[in-house]
Design a protein around this ligand. Structure first.
Ligand SMILES: [Zn+2]
Length: 196
């Protein structure tokens, strides 16, 4: 699978169709049809659909805007999906979207409980990626506050988990999945035996 992250909304996934190769796993796990299949490749353009909440009366209530914000907001983003797939292929098992500490209402994207490793794949927009976050021109204050609150909450989560003996790994969704997987796998294998 080759993925190209065009911007925070659009990812292109390409899957080679060689003789004897498996069909594109993305076609199986999602209802999204490939935009192209044949010519030796399956191509998906992924507009991350999703989370349906819109602040009432905000500029995001226009349909186009809303679609944009929802796209950025998606939980189950293509980068996260790729990371999960690569980890799974390495034989690593984890909880998706789970609380590392049951009593703490914070959810990590991937939880490796025996190793006490919590992985967060932060969306460039909602978590204020220094490379990709741009303050919107409309309703600037609303969105700036919202992103600032998310960042503060992230740091608080990091601290609480660390205090409870967890290793927190955070990646931006723009980072190369292979690189993230490498780091996650190393951390999990070096900590796995520690808590037995
Ligand atoms: Zn970014």
């Amino acid at each position: 699978m080759i993925s190209t992250h065009l911007d925070e909304n659009i990812t292109i996934l390409a899957w080679p169709l060689k003789a004897g190769s498996q069909p594109c796993p993305f076609s199986r796990t999602s209802r999204r049809r490939p935009v192209l299949s044949g010519e030796g490749v399956t191509l998906h353009v992924v507009l991350n659909d999703a989370d349906r909440t819109t602040p009432s009366g905000s500029w995001a209530s226009s349909a186009g805007r809303r679609r944009n914000m929802q796209a950025i907001r998606n939980r189950d983003t293509a980068p996260e999906w790729l990371i999960r797939r690569l980890l799974h292929a390495r034989g690593l098992r984890y909880r998706v979207c789970a609380r590392p500490l049951p009593e703490l209402r914070r959810t990590a994207d991937l939880v490796f409980r025996p190793a006490k490793v919590a992985v967060f794949i932060d969306g460039c927009y909602w978590h204020g990626c220094p490379e990709h976050y741009k303050t919107p021109r409309i309703n600037t204050q609303y969105w700036s506050n919202k992103v600032a609150r998310n960042i503060a909450r992230d740091r608080d989560t990091d601290q609480r988990l660390a205090e409870a003996g967890w290793l927190v790994l955070r990646f931006w969704e723009h980072e190369k999945p292979e690189k993230c997987v490498h780091e996650i796998a190393n951390a999990v294998s070096s900590r796995r035996n520690r808590f037995k």
